[in-house]
Design a protein around this ligand. Structure first.
Ligand SMILES: [Zn+2]
Length: 187
């Protein structure tokens, strides 16, 4: 009673299975057989199709810098920035290593797995069949506060596969799911 739609969604999500489990279930129903947590030239992807050499990663929106959902941490900024950069470099290394070894690499955001499970599974199925869809791998690598009063931040976004990067300036970001307004901190 009295819950907004996004609050209801959040409540459902917590009780629900993690997005990855949903993906696995869907793939299984499609007759696709994968391996979980096995070693490849690029680390241990979340799902692996060894024979077809397809690696699938489900990247968390916060840890891997989702352009839509990354929220600038309000404390220990330097620590988190370093962490974000380290994750980016590791993702880049692993993706390149797999591509160099002739693998197909699919990286999905956690939010895609959560809200577009069917589409994600269709992309995986097509790739396993040998039809590789082109993917963008843009992620947030750095965020700096440029205006405390307006809570404006400048974000640097880079691509995992090429050297392209660009910067954008944003107002305050809300946590994933939106709906719940974050109270602006007074400094
Ligand atoms: Zn996201």
């Amino acid at each position: 009673v009295g819950m907004t739609r996004s609050q209801q969604m959040a409540a459902v999500r917590q009780a629900d299975t993690p997005p990855e489990v949903e993906i696995r279930r869907n793939l299984w129903k499609r007759g696709l057989r994968y391996r979980v947590g096995i070693r490849t030239p690029g680390g241990r992807p979340d799902l692996v199709f060894p024979r077809q050499r397809v690696a699938v990663f489900i990247d968390g929106c916060f840890w891997h810098g989702c352009p839509e959902h990354y929220v600038r941490p309000r404390t220990q900024e330097a620590f988190w920035c370093e962490k974000l950069r380290a994750n980016f470099e590791r993702d880049r290394r692993q993706t390149r290593a797999l591509l160099d070894h002739g693998w197909s690499v699919l990286r999905f955001w956690e939010h895609e797995a959560e809200y577009d499970c069917v589409k994600v599974c269709e992309t995986i199925a097509a790739t396993v069949r040998g039809e590789l869809a082109e993917q963008r791998h843009r992620r947030v690598v750095n965020v700096t506060l440029v205006d405390q009063v307006a809570d404006l931040e400048r974000r640097t976004i880079e691509d995992l596969l090429d050297a392209a990067f660009f910067e954008t300036t944003h107002g305050p970001r809300r946590s994933r799911g939106g709906g719940v307004a974050r109270r602006r901190r007074t400094l």
